[in-house]
Structure formats: C-alpha cells, structure tokens
Design a protein around this ligand. Structure first.
Ligand code: GLU
Length: 555
C-alpha cells in the first residue's frame, strides 16, 4: 500500500526534491520579541490598490509597527487573469502614497528583500508541490480526474435533491479510487487536479476565534477542496495560504470578510499539518452610501474615490488620508485624536477589538474635513513647498506662477494662518487655486456687479472713487477700518451695524455692504479671508488698477 502511494505521489509530483521538513528548516521561526505581529499584504499584481485593500494594508502595517513586528508584501499571482504587466510597481506606489513601505517581501517589479521568499507565488511552485506530495503520501490528498461536465452533473443532482453543493463524501467520485487505477490514468496522460481528502465531518461543530468577530461556530469542513489546479499546476488560494503563511511565519492573517466562509478549511489544513495556527482578523468591507441612499460596497468600477490614485491626483495630503484611514480603522481613534491633536499617531495603538465587523462607511466629506484641519495646522511655507510639487504634476499654469512669485505666494497662504485660530478653508492642493486665484493678475478675471448688495452703478463708482482718493490707508488694520467707516458716514451708509439694524431706512446700506463692493471689485468673491491683508498684499497700485477695470468693464 505504502509503495503504491509512493508511486502515485512520485508520478503526480516528479520534480519535487525536498520535503516539508526541509522547508521547515529553511524558513525557521522568526526571532522577534514577544507579541511582535508578523503580517502581510497579499494582493494580486493588478497594478493598483483598492481603498478596501489599502485599509487592510494600513491596519496590518500599523499593527506591525506598534509591536515591532514585520509587515511584508507577498504577491498572489496564481490567478493569471488578475495579473498585469508592472502590476507590482503600481501597488508599491499606491502604498507609498500613504507612507506604507513593506519591511520585507516585494520591493520592486523583480526585487525582494527578506529571508522568507520567494515572495511571488508563481515562483514557489516547488514548495507547494512538496507540501501536496506529503499529503498524498499520507493518504490525505488524491488526484481527481473529474471533467467539468462531471462536476456539473454532480451539482445538478445536488440541486435536484436539495443537497449541499460541493465535492464531498459520496459525491467525491475520485476520493476512493483505487490507487492502481489512479496510477494508470496518470500514466495515460489524463489531466487531474489534486484534492484534499478532507477528514472533517459536516455534522460536527467547531468554534473558531476571530480577533474582530469573536468566536464563530461553523460545521467542520468536509469538502475535498482543490489544492493544486490541473492546467498550470499552481495552488489554489486555500493551499497557498497554508504553505505561505506558515513558512513565512505569519502570526496574524488580516484579510477581507469575504474569507470568513473559508475559515474552517484553513483551520483544517493547519491542523492536518500540525502547524501552529496564525490568528485571524476578518476585516469588514469598505462601504459607501450612494446617491440613492443605498449602503453598498465601495466599487472600483463606479466610485473614483475607491482608487488610491484619486487622492494623489486630487492633492489630498497623505497625512490627512492616513488620519482618515486610522479613523475608520479603529472606532476609538477620533476621541484619541481630539485629545492628541496633530498628524502623528505613533502613540495610538491599533486594536483589533475596535475594528468594525459590519463594514466601514467611507465618507469623502469626512476625509476632506480632516484634510481641512490638517491644512489649518500647516505653515504657509510648507504649504507652498508641497503645492509646488503637486502643481508640477497637475497644474502647470499655477506652478509657473508659484515659481515666479514665491515670497508673495507664501504671504498669500499665510493670511489668517499662523495664528491661534487659523482659517480652515483649503481641503486639498487642488482646491487652493480656487481660494487664491484672484491674488494673481494672470488668473484674476473682472467680476460682475450683481455679486454685491449695492447694485446701483453710480453708488458703486462713488464708493470706489471716494475710497481710493480719500480714505485708502493701509498703514495698519485699525486705521484701515476706521477710514472705511469714516467714509461710510460721509456717504450715508451705517458705519455701525447695530445702528443700521435699528433704523435701516435711515441709511443707503451698511459698512459690510460697502466692504462687499470693495471686496468683489478686488477679488471677484463675496467671501474671502481678511480683506485688509488682501489689500495690503495687492498694494495701492493694483487696487487702483482693479477698481478702474471694474468700473470700466461694467459701464
Ligand atoms: N490575494 C488575496 C486577495 O486579494 C489575499 C487575501 C489574504 O490576505 O489572505 O483576496
């Protein structure tokens, strides 16, 4: 019997030269401090990272950092349909956009670091085959010759009899095939897959522990799942997970909740080999509420915000994206952040128990709010430097102006900034232009009269001319405002809003209507940061120019 099994195993895996034990020695346990988390990000080489995957990578990275562990990148390319050329660089770029740099694993298209590789599954064929071979030798795996027609037939019968679907028990036609017959069929060149001979009993219950979901009860696995596929001889996800995560000495499997259903299969595979089981955290999906109010999975096809590249293009600072990811990763982070304001959350510890099991709602407006707070804490010169980088890639026209007017630009960004209560307006690098364009003559366009409360052209002309000729004083903010008020009194506008509210009919308008006219003529906007600061930066000459242009173009 044993000889027959050996003949079968050798026939199935003619190229295997090493044993499981050999690999155990080649990849010894890691020498890390107690409690160190070794985890991985294991995408297919699709060239980009979806927001949902980014969140799990971020969580893994943070968990590893918090515990002085290892976060590594493994490329799962056993499904060749999901591979694209240069697919690894795109992933690394997306990760880098939020400062995730793997400690180990793939670090380039054909480059890896670490002692536990290869880190690309298609290069690990020999290892998978050695593990599968051992199972065959132990009578725990077998070749299955069923054609897809035969598998369809099994399914049809199961559907008809309302039986559980799958390849198991008496439905598993090849499970009890005579070994001699199997040998003959392989010798004849028949195609086969390698299946697990599951020792499980579906009527027995097991309880598995999930770090996010707690204890979950399942029936034991009794499916004779495919371990090695027939065409390319590559492993299935299930088998590769066992082999890779064991040999790479992964302590924590952090992956999407779509894998919960396979948990009993994976637990069984680890038991069969007698390997120490990793801890599992099945993370909730990233959801959104769409235009129709429906809660659904964030979709890479429908939602631009599902791609990491989107944030880069929009110019949302990575610090803000990271703060947002942490906010949706752990429900207690927001409170922590309130008590520890800033962008550095090294001291916050990732907690599996604070991960939402039911899925995380992804909300761009919340991210933009975080981003707004982030910008409000930045120095004008930092904003300038980063904006210069961003515009270089995405807004050449603005970039050139920033280069040409460096000091002036920093002064613009500094209006109401480095103060105790800084202004909160910028949400992204791409948004800044819309807040400051009017400060650059090259971008400023003459506004329309209708934008102001005071619409009478003669009144507007009187205000602007009188102001320029007699009251324009930029020596300091108090003097500036006192002068504006003085003019109001002279021209019949209330210089005091309270007085105006008491007797509006006594006045032509009030001081804010007057500054409104000045503001719109100079900036084309009804709402801007401090008008005095703006005027000081524009300077008298440009103020005159803009007043004149405004009055002329609206004649
Ligand atoms: N390649 C798998 C996926 O993209 C990885 C899942 C895992 O982390 O185990 O779903």
């Amino acid at each position: 019997m044993d000889d027959e099994l050996k003949e079968l195993a050798d026939l199935m895996f003619p190229n295997v030269t090493k044993t499981v034990l050999d690999y155990e020695k080649m990849y010894p346990e890691r020498n890390l401090k107690e409690g160190a988390i070794v985890t991985r990000f294991a995408p297919s080489p699709t060239g980009f990272v979806h927001m949902g995957s980014l969140l799990s990578a971020f969580e893994g990275y943070k968990a590893a950092r918090d515990t002085d562990g290892i976060f590594y990148l493994r490329i799962e390319d056993t499904d060749q349909k999901r591979s694209i050329e240069n697919g690894i660089s795109g992933i690394l770029n997306d990760l880098k956009n939020v400062d995730i740099v793997p400690d180990e694993g793939m670090i380039g298209e054909n480059k890896s670091i670490g002692e536990y590789g290869p880190y690309i599954q298609s290069e690990r064929m020999e290892i998978y085959h050695a593990f599968a071979k051992e199972l065959v030798l132990r009578g725990l795996a077998y070749p299955c010759f069923c054609s897809s027609e035969e598998l369809d037939e099994i399914r049809e019968i199961q559907e008809l009899n309302k039986e559980r679907i799958g390849y198991y028990g008496s439905f598993a036609k090849c499970r009890n095939m005579d070994i001699k017959e199997a040998i003959e069929r392989i010798k004849k060149g028949e195609e086969f897959v390698v299946r697990l001979k599951s020792p499980g009993d579906f009527n027995k219950k097991i309880v598995l522990h999930d770090l996010v979901r707690g204890d979950i009860e399942f029936p034991e696995n009794d499916l004779d799942i495919v371990l090695i596929k027939s065409t390319d001889k590559l492993p299935t996800y299930h088998f590769a997970h066992l082999v890779d995560d064991h040999l790479m000495r992964t302590t924590h499997i952090m992956r999407g909740e779509d894998w919960v259903a396979s948990f009993p299969i994976h637990d069984q595979l680890f038991s069969i080999f007698g390997f120490e089981k990793p801890k599992y955290a099945h993370l909730g999906l990233v959801m959104k509420i769409d235009e129709t109010g429906t809660r659904r999975k964030l979709s890479k096809r429908k939602d631009p915000e599902a791609s990491v590249e989107y944030y880069h293009k929009e110019g949302i600072p990575k610090e803000a994206v990271k703060l947002y990811l942490m906010t949706i990763a752990n429900s207690n982070f927001e409170e922590w952040l309130d008590n520890n304001p800033g962008d550095d959350f090294t001291d916050f510890k990732f907690d599996f128990k604070k991960v939402s099991a039911s899925g995380t709602l992804f909300d761009v407006s919340k991210l933009l709010n975080i981003s707004k707070n982030y910008f409000s804490r930045q120095k004008a010169s930092t904003i300038y430097d980063n904006l210069l980088n961003w515009t270089l890639e995405f807004d050449k026209e603005f970039h050139d102006l920033l280069v040409k007017y460096k000091d002036y630009s920093i002064k613009i960004f500094n209006i109401e900034r480095e103060t105790e209560k800084p202004r909160k307006d910028y949400t992204s690098y791409s948004s800044i232009r819309s807040f400051v364009f009017y400060m650059y003559d090259e971008l400023f366009q003459n506004p329309k009269y209708e934008d102001t409360k005071i619409t009478n052209k003669e009144d507007i002309a009187t205000i602007l001319n009188t102001y320029y000729d007699e009251y324009l004083d930029l020596s300091n903010k108090d003097v500036w405002f006192a002068k504006v008020k003085e003019m109001c009194d002279k021209l019949g506008y209330a210089s005091n809003i309270k007085d105006y509210k008491k007797n509006p009919d006594n006045y032509k308008g009030n001081v804010s209507d007057v500054t409104g006219v000045i503001r719109v003529s100079l900036t084309s906007k009804t709402n801007t940061p401090d008008l005095y600061e703006i005027m000081k930066l524009l300077g008298k000459e440009r103020i005159k120019e803009r007043f004149t242009k405004y009055l002329n173009s609206n004649k």
